[in-house]
Design a protein around this ligand. Sequence first.
Ligand code: C2E
Ligand code: MG
Ligand code: MG
Ligand code: MG
Length: 279
Amino acid sequence: HTKSTGRNGYHFFEASMNTNAHKQLQVIQDLRLALERKEFCLHYQPKFNTQDGVVIGAEALLRWQHPTRGMIAPDDFIALAEKTGLIVPIGEWVLDEACRQMRIWHDEGNKHWKVAVNLSAVQFSNDHLIERVQTTLARNGLPASGLMLEVTESTAMHDVEASLTILDKLANMGIDIAIDDFGTGYSSLLYLKRLPASELKIDRGFIHDLAQGSGNSSIVAAIVALGRTLNLRIVAEGVETEEQQEYLTMLGCDTLQGYLMGRPVAPDQFMNTIRAVVS
Ligand code: C2E
Ligand code: MG
Ligand code: MG
Ligand code: MG
């Protein structure tokens, strides 16, 4: 340490480091127990067909109901779960729970719905992924067509040959693949063309300050054109205003997802959420 920080400065710094490190250790400890203690839950956000407003399914989004810290958002613990490898058992729970819930909705008459589950890069490179997905579908009696798996553009493009192998297997099982957060990674168009994906989800960042004439609107228009060429559905996520909705519809996005049409909600609130939009 440097002299200029002074004795107290140094001690203060050291103390806060310890606090942060301690906090992180505590979170890791808590994460290890969270599955046993059933502290995770999934919220579901509806996805709507742009042309007719019909619900085509929902994205399952992980939440952690911490006993003392309250509801924790995935951005605040997924990275730690990845670093510790805990994302693998947590991800298995997510997949199982999402399939179980979608089977219920299918049985209630929504047979065409798909549940979209996010896969982290760590799960994606796990050797058991294919087999786990297969057994989870079977255990829940959900047809493969009821499941969509979302991988981010960065994950899919990290090791493109490996991604192609895994995604081809999943697609051959009849599972839909979505490329999430599209526009934030570095896609090779040649590989994008070879990926067996059915959906591109435009990153929220491009939707946020979308307005006629802005740079983002040209980017969205270009992604829509790319989607047409590659025969991919284009999903806009993070739709918050009617202006954005109208504009994205005009630009030709196939599917819309966002707070405007429905926030992520617990499964028992899902029907009410979509009824409010569709009726
Ligand atoms: P994502 O997959 O891109 O999910 C979309 C995120 O945007 C969600 O945040 C959703 O709540 C949020 N969102 C949707 N519509 C709007 C809107 O209109 N405005 C705004 N401001 N936000 C909107 P969430 O639930 O906090 O999840 C964040 C990220 O955490 C997800 O981004 C995904 O990468 C990751 N994640 C969530 N659940 C899981 C999971 O089960 N497994 C893994 N590996 N990652 C997950
Ligand atoms: Mg997603
Ligand atoms: Mg996304
Ligand atoms: Mg994301």
